[in-house]
Design a protein. Structure first.
Lengths: 588, 571
C-alpha cells in the first residue's frame, strides 16, 4: 500500500501533461520477473513466425527449379509444421502469463484507487452515484487490465515481428527493406493520428453508458417510491430518453473510433502490398530475385498487415481504456481529505470545543455560522432544533467528516485538524439514523470487516444491547447475510450501536440515532447506552425531546446558529427559554 | 417441482428468445447480414489478383514490364472493402442497439412493476451488472460477433471453395480436411471456455455489488475508519477474479490461434500435395499463392463458427442470468412489449357514478382479512381489517419490528398480499399490483430521491403548475429560496446536497403533488417535528374532504387527532 501511495505522490504532477502512462510503472515494475519470462516467450514465438516464410521460399524455389527431391520437400513441409505449432503453443502460454501480470498489477492499482476514492472529501461522494464510483474504481481499471493483457501483448509482439521482418527484408534486398521501413513509419504516424479522433468518441460513449446505468440504478432502488406515487411511467420515459443518448455516442464511437481506423489501416496495407509486389516484380525482371522471394515479399506484407489491422481491432479496447485511464488519473489527482497532523489526543474523556466554526457545502451559503460551544469532559450535550437547522452538520464537524471553513473544532484541547484521521476516527464514534448495511454477514456488518475483533468482544457488545437472542434466532447466527429489506429500522439501529460498543471511543455522537425507534425500543436502547456512555463525552442530536431527558447540557440550534446553550436542568425550568417552550409544546 | 417444470416448458428457449427479439426488426437484421456478406466478399478478389500477378510475372519479365492490371484490381477491391466497412459498422451498431434497447426497456418495465417493497431477487449491484452486460449479449449473439459474422463467413467460404475447386480438386480436398478437423477441436474447447467465462463473470458481479454497497455507505465507512478493511476484502475478491482470468486467458489463447492453426496445417498440406504439380507444371506458383491466401478465409470461418458456438453456449447462461432477475422468470416476456398494468376493477356498485355521486359516508377504504407472509414464511400481516370513511385519520402504532411498515406496504400492494382484499371506493387490484394515485399513495419512512433537479424529484411526472403550491404547503419554499438555482437545483445522488429535514419535506411535497383518495404515511417522527407533522396531516385532510389518511405514528398529539387507532402487538 505504501509503495502505491509513494508512487502516486511522486508521479502525479510529472505525468499530468506528458502521457497518462507513467504513473503505472511502479505497478508493473513489481512484476519484472514475470515480465521477463513473458518477453522470452514472445521472442521465441517471433522467431518461429519469421522463419516460416523462408521455409516456404526454399520450397517454392527448390520445386520450381527442380533442385529439391521428394524427400527434401517433405523435410521442408515438416519443418514448416513444427515451427508453426511451436509458435501457437508459445502464444497460449503468452496469453496466460499476460493475464497474470495484468491482473496482479492492476489489482494493486485497484486497491490504491479504491483507498484514494474512499479518502476523498465527502463532497465528491455527493456528486456521483455509487454506481458511477464502482465504474470508476473497478470498471475503468478492468479496461486497463484488458488493455495490457490483450492490446499491449499484441502490440509488443507485433512490433517484434515488424522489426524482424524489416531486418529480414534488408537481408533479401535493401530496396524492398527500405520501402517497408518508410511505409511503416508513415503508416504508424497516420494511424496514430486517426486514432486520436476516436478517443473522444469512446470517452463520450463510456460516459453515456455510466450515466444511463446511474439512472437505472436509482430507479431500481426507488421502485417502491415510484409505485407509491404512480410514477413508473415517468421513470420509463426518462430511461428511453437517456438510452437514445447511448445510441448516439455508440454510433459515433463505431464510425469515428472503429471503422475509420480499420479502413485506413486496410487501405494503407493494400497500397504497401501493391508497391512491394511491383518493386519485387521489377527486381525479378532484372533477375535479382527468384519467384520464391517475390512470394516471400508478399508473405511479409501480410505480416505487416497484421500489426496494423490488429491495432485497429484492438483500438476499441485501447481507446476505451485510455478514456478510463484518464478518469482513473482524475481520481488519483484529486486531493484526499487531509490525513491530519501528528498531534496526539490525550487519554480519557475529552472536553469538546467549537470555536467560531462556520461551514457550508458551497461557501457562499453557510449551513452553520460562527458556532461557539464548550462541552466539559464526560458530560452529555443535547442538540435540538427544527429540521434543517444544521444539527447534522454539527455532528459531521465533530467527527471530522467535514472541516470548518473558519474557526476550529477542538477535542481534548487539540485542534482536530492537527490530529491524524485514524486517531480522530478511533476516538469519535457516530451513529446516524440511516444505518449503513452491507449485503454481507451480520459479523461483517458489525465489525465492518475488521478481522481483529474477537468473537468475545462481539459477543459482549451484542449481549450489552440485548441482541444475543436475536442473533441466536438467525439461521446461521453471526454468519447470516443481512439484507436491508429483512431487517427493521430498529434492528439495524441496534447493530450500528454494537459497532460503537466494540470500538470503545472517547466521544460518542448520536445523530438522531433513535429517531426511527418506538418509545419502548428507545428505552431499551437508552438502558443499554447509559453504562456505555458513562465516562465518555457524548453529543446527542434529537428533535424528540424525550431523548434528551438525561443530558447535562442543551444547545438549541436555529438557522445554523446556536441560539441557546446551558445546563438542561436550568433551561427546562426557565420559562423564558426556547427549550422550555419546546418542552411545553411537547413531542412525545 | 411439477409447477416449476411446467413454467419452464411454457417459456421460450435461447432460439425462441432470439427469434422473438429479431422479429420486429427483421428488415434491419437482413440489411445487417447482407452488408456483412457484401463486405466479406470484397476480400475474395484480391487473392485472385495476386494469383494473376505471380502467374503473369515470368512471361512479362523482360526489363521494366509489369503485370499492372492485377495490381490495380488488388487495390480497387481493397478500397471497396474499406468503404464497405463504415456502412457495415453503422448498420450493425443500429441493429444491435435496437435489440438491446428492447431488452433493457422491457426488463426495466417489469422490474419497476414487481411489488416494489419485496427484496430484489439478487443484490441490486448484481442486477445492474446483468442489466449492463447480459442485455447487450443478446444483441451480440445476433450482430457482427454472432450470427452476422457466421453467415458472412459461410457465404465467403462457399464462394472461395468454388474457386479452389475449379483450380484443383485434389488440393482442394486435402486443404479443406484440416479445416474440418480444427473446427471439431474448437467446438470441444468452446465448452470449457463457456464454464470459465461464467465463473469469471460471476466473480466480477461479486466485486461490483460489494463496492456499490460500500460507496452507498461511504459516510459510515469513513467515520468508522473501515476503509482499509474494505480494501482488504476487495483484495481477497480480486485474487479470486485473477485466478479465473488467467485460466480464461490460456484457453482463450488456444481458441484464438485455432484460426491460424487452420492456415498453418492447410499450408503444410498444400505444400505437400502440390509439390508434384509444380514440378510438372500443372500447378502454378500463382495457384499455390492463392490456395494459401484462401486458407485464411477458412481460418476466419472456423474462428467465426467456434466463437459463435461458444458464444451461443454461453448464451444459455446469459438467458439464465436474465431469467433470474425477470419478475415472473419468463424470458418470453422480453420478446413482446410489456402489457399495461391491470386497471382497477369495480367490485361494489355504490361507486357507479362519478366521485360526486358517492353515497354519503360510504367507506373510502375497505381492508378485509389482509394477510402477508415474508419471503421466508415469517408472518408479516395477519387477517387485518380496516374500514375508513371520508375524512378519517387512522393512526397505526406499535413497537419497532411489529410490522407497521409491512402493513402499509401490503395495503398499497408494494408487498403482494397472500389473502384478503383491499378496496378503494369499491375498486380492487390483483395481489402484487400496487395501487397508485389517484386511488392511493404512500410516503415511506426513508424516501428515495433521484439524482435530478428538485422540481423533477417533487413532480415525478405531475403537472409543473402544481409545483409552487406543494412547495409552500410542505414548507419547502423557504429552503428553495436559499438554495442556488432554486427548484432547478440538482439535489445530488440520494439527495446528498439536501439536509435530512429538507429531504423529508421534499418527500412531503412529493406526496402533495400526487394527491390520492387514500394516503398512507409511514412514521414521520424521525424526520419532522411534531408541529410540522400535525400541520401536514391536517392540511392533507383539509384539502380533500372525502380523503382518508392512514398514518404510522407513536406520537401522542397525532393519536389525539385520530378517528381510529390500531395498536399492533407482536407475538
Amino acid at each position: 500500500m505504501l509503495t502505491g501511495e509513494n508512487a502516486r505522490t511522486t508521479t502525479t504532477t510529472a505525468t499530468a501533461r506528458r502521457g497518462d502512462w507513467r504513473f503505472l510503472w511502479p505497478y508493473f515494475r513489481r512484476e519484472s520477473r514475470r515480465l521477463g519470462l513473458l518477453g522470452a516467450v514472445m521472442l521465441g514465438a517471433t522467431g518461429a513466425t519469421l522463419a516460416s516464410p523462408f521455409v516456404v521460399r526454399e520450397f517454392i524455389d527448390g520445386v520450381v527449379t527442380g533442385t529439391l527431391d521428394v524427400a527434401g520437400s517433405t523435410r521442408l513441409v515438416l519443418l514448416f509444421g513444427v515451427l508453426g505449432l511451436a509458435r501457437y503453443a508459445l502464444s497460449a502460454v503468452e496469453a496466460g502469463l499476460a493475464e497474470s501480470v495484468a491482473w496482479r498489477s492492476t489489482n494493486r492499482l485497484r486497491e490504491d484507487v479504491l483507498q484514494h476514492a474512499m479518502d476523498l472529501p465527502l463532497e465528491h461522494h455527493h456528486t456521483a452515484t455509487p454506481g458511477e464510483w464502482v465504474e470508476r474504481v473497478d470498471g475503468d481499471i478492468s479496461l486497463l487490465s484488458n488493455l495490457f493483457s490483450r492490446f499491449v501483448i499484441t502490440i509488443v509482439g507485433e512490433l517484434l515481428i515488424v522489426v524482424g521482418v524489416i531486418t529480414a527484408l534488408f537481408s533479401v534486398d535493401w530496396r524492398i527493406g527500405l520501402l517497408f521501413l518508410v511505409c511503416l513509419l508513415v503508416g504508424l504516424v497516420g494511424i496514430r493520428w486517426v486514432a486520436g479522433w476516436g478517443r473522444d468518441a469512446y470517452r463520450g460513449s463510456r460516459g453515456a453508458v455510466a450515466r444511463f446505468m446511474g439512472y437505472v440504478e436509482e430507479r431500481l432502488r426507488g421502485t417502491e417510491d415510484l409505485q407509491a406515487l404512480g410514477a413508473v411511467g415517468h421513470a420509463m420515459e426518462g430511461l428511453t430518453d437517456r438510452h437514445r443518448g447511448v445510441l448516439r455516442t455508440d454510433l459515433r464511437a463505431a464510425l469515428v473510433g472503429s471503422s475509420l481506423v480499420w479502413a485506413s489501416a486496410s487501405l494503407f496495407t493494400a497500397l504497401v502490398t501493391a508497391l512491394a509486389l511491383g518493386l519485387a516484380g521489377l527486381r525479378f525482371g532484372q533477375g535479382a530475385l527468384t519467384i520464391g522471394t517475390v512470394y516471400l515479399v508478399f508473405a511479409f506484407t501480410q505480416q505487416l498487415q497484421e500489426p496494423l489491422i490488429r491495432l485497429s481491432h484492438q483500438l476499441q479496447d485501447y481507446q476505451r481504456a485510455m478514456a478510463g485511464l484518464s478518469r482513473t488519473r482524475e481520481i488519483l489527482d484529486l486531493p484526499v481529505e487531509p490525513r491530519g497532523g501528528t498531534a496526539v489526543l490525550p487519554d480519557g474523556p475529552h472536553d469538546v470545543t467549537l470555536d467560531g466554526v462556520t461551514f457550508g457545502y458551497a461557501r457562499e451559503h453557510p449551513v452553520v455560522t460562527d458556532l461557539d460551544l464548550e462541552l466539559p469532559a464526560g458530560q452529555t450535550l443535547g442538540v435540538v432544533g427544527r429540521t434543517g437547522a444544521g444539527k447534522s452538520t454539527v455532528a459531521k464537524l465533530l467527527s471530522g467528516l467535514v472541516r470548518p471553513d473558519a474557526g476550529a473544532v477542538r477535542i481534548g484541547g487539540v485542534d482536530t485538524a492537527d490530529v491524524s484521521v485514524t486517531d480522530l476516527r478511533a476516538a469519535v464514534a457516530v451513529v446516524t439514523q440511516d444505518v449503513f448495511l452491507l449485503d454481507a454477514s451480520v459479523r461483517d456488518n458489525v465489525t465492518l470487516m475488521d478481522p481483529d475483533v474477537s468473537d468475545e468482544q462481539l459477543g459482549a457488545a451484542l449481549e450489552a444491547l440485548g441482541l444475543t437472542e436475536w442473533v441466536g434466532r438467525l439461521p446461521h447466527g453471526l454468519d447470516t447475510r443481512v439484507s436491508e429489506h429483512v431487517m427493521s429500522a430498529g434492528e439495524a439501529q441496534l447493530l450500528a450501536l454494537t459497532r460503537v460498543l466494540i470500538r470503545d471511543p472517547a466521544l460518542v455522537i448520536l445523530d438522531e440515532a433513535s429517531a426511527r425507534l418506538d418509545p419502548e425500543t428507545e428505552r431499551r436502547l437508552d438502558a443499554a447506552l447509559r453504562p456505555a456512555l458513562a465516562g465518555r463525552t457524548a453529543v446527542v442530536i434529537a428533535h424528540r425531546l424525550a431523548t434528551l431527558d438525561s443530558v447535562d447540557l442543551v444547545a438549541v440550534v436555529d438557522e445554523g446558529r446556536i441560539v441557546e446553550l446551558g445546563p438542561r436542568d436550568q433551561l427546562s425550568v426557565d420559562p423564558g427559554s426556547r427549550f422550555a417552550t419546546m418542552l411545553q409544546q411537547g413531542g412525545s | 417441482m411439477r409447477t416449476r417444470r411446467g413454467l419452464e416448458r411454457q417459456d421460450v428457449g435461447r432460439v425462441g428468445l432470439l427469434a422473438g427479439m429479431v422479429r420486429p426488426h427483421l428488415p434491419l437484421f437482413v440489411a445487417d447480414v447482407v452488408t456483412g456478406i457484401a463486405f466479406f466478399l470484397c476480400a475474395v478478389v484480391p487473392g485472385l489478383a495476386l494469383r494473376a500477378f505471380l502467374d503473369e510475372l515470368p512471361d512479362q519479365a523482360a526489363g521494366w514490364a509489369l503485370p499492372v492490371a492485377p495490381l490495380l484490381a488488388y487495390l480497387g477491391f481493397k478500397a471497396a472493402e474499406a468503404v464497405g466497412a463504415a456502412g457495415w459498422m453503422a448498420v450493425d451498431t443500429v441493429f444491435r442497439y435496437r435489440i438491446y434497447h428492447d431488452v433493457r426497456v422491457r426488463l426495466t418495465e417489469r422490474l419497476l412493476r414487481r411489488p416494489g417493497a419485496l427484496p430484489p431477487p439478487v443484490p441490486t449491484g448484481d442486477i445492474l451488472s446483468r442489466y449492463r452486460d447480459d442485455t447487450v449479449e443478446v444483441a451480440e449473439v445476433l450482430g457482427k460477433r454472432g450470427i452476422q459474422l457466421v453467415s458472412s463467413s459461410v457465404v465467403t467460404s462457399a464462394v472461395t471453395f468454388g474457386v479452389l475447386f475449379s483450380i484443383s480438386l485434389r488440393t482442394t480436398l486435402l486443404a479443406v480436411l484440416p479445416t474440418l478437423l480444427i473446427a471439431v477441436i474448437a467446438f470441444a474447447a468452446s465448452r470449457r471456455i463457456k464454464e470459465l467465462q461464467h465463473h469469471t463473470r460471476q466473480t466480477a458481479g461479486d466485486v461490483s455489488a460489494f463496492l456499490r454497497d460500500c460507496f452507498a455507505g461511504i459516510e459510515a465507512i469513513k467515520v468508522n475508519d473501515a476503509g482499509r478493511h474494505v480494501v482488504d476484502r476487495v483484495r481477497h475478491i480480486n485474487d479470486r477474479r485473477r485466478h479465473a482470468a488467467v485460466l480464461n486467458g490460456v484457453f482463450g489463447g488456444i481458441l484464438a490461434s485455432s484460426q491460424s492453426i487452420v492456415v498453418l496445417l492447410g499450408t503444410a498440406l498444400v505444400m505437400w500435395t502440390s509439390a508434384a504439380g509444380i514440378r510438372d507444371g500443372s500447378f502454378s506458383v500463382g495457384d499455390f499463392a492463392y490456395f494459401i491466401y484462401a486458407l485464411g478465409t477458412f481460418g476466419t470461418l472456423v474462428n467465426a463458427v467456434g466463437q459463435f458456438v461458444s458464444r451461443f453456449q454461453r448464451f444459455s447462461v446469459t438467458g439464465e442470468r436474465l431469467r433470474e432477475i425477470l419478475p415472473g422468470r419468463r424470458l418470453r416476456d422480453l420478446t413482446a412489449p410489456t402489457p399495461d398494468p391491470p386497471a382497477p376493477m369495480v367490485v361494489a356498485d355504490r361507486d357507479a357514478g362519478p366521485r360526486g355521486g358517492l353515497e354519503d359516508g360510504a367507506p373510502v377504504l375497505e381492508v378485509s382479512g389482509l394477510r402477508y407472509e415474508h419471503p421466508g414464511g415469517r408472518p408479516g400481516v395477519r387477517d387485518f381489517d380496516l374500514t375508513a370513511r371520508p375524512g378519517e385519520l387512522v393512526v397505526v402504532a406499535g413497537p419497532v419490528g411489529v410490522g407497521k411498515t409491512t402493513l402499509l406496504r401490503a395495503i398499497q400492494g408494494t408487498l403482494p398480499r397472500s389473502a384478503g382484499s383491499v378496496a378503494v371506493r369499491g375498486r380492487v387490484l390483483p395481489p402484487g399490483v400496487a395501487m397508485a394515485p389517484p386511488l392511493m399513495s404512500l410516503t415511506p419512512q426513508a424516501p428515495h430521491v433521484f439524482s435530478d433537479t428538485l422540481a423533477t424529484n417533487v413532480l415525478l411526472g405531475s403537472p409543473p403548475s402544481l409545483l409552487a403550491d406543494v412547495l409552500a404547503a410542505s414548507t419547502l419554499d423557504h429552503d428553495v429560496d436559499r438554495i442556488p438555482h432554486g427548484t432547478q437545483a440538482e439535489i445530488g445522488p440520494q439527495g446528498h446536497r439536501l439536509s435530512g429535514g429538507q429531504l423529508h419535506r421534499l418527500a412531503a411535497a412529493r406526496m402533495l403533488a400526487h394527491p390520492a383518495d387514500v394516503m398512507l404515511v409511514d412514521d414521520l417522527s424521525a424526520s419532522l417535528d411534531v408541529d410540522t407533522e400535525r400541520r401536514l396531516l391536517e392540511n392533507l385532510l383539509a384539502t380533500a374532504r372525502d380523503r382518508v389518511l392512514v398514518v404510522v405514528s407513536n406520537r401522542r398529539p397525532i393519536r389525539d387527532l385520530a378517528h381510529q387507532t390500531y395498536d399492533l402487538v407482536g407475538d
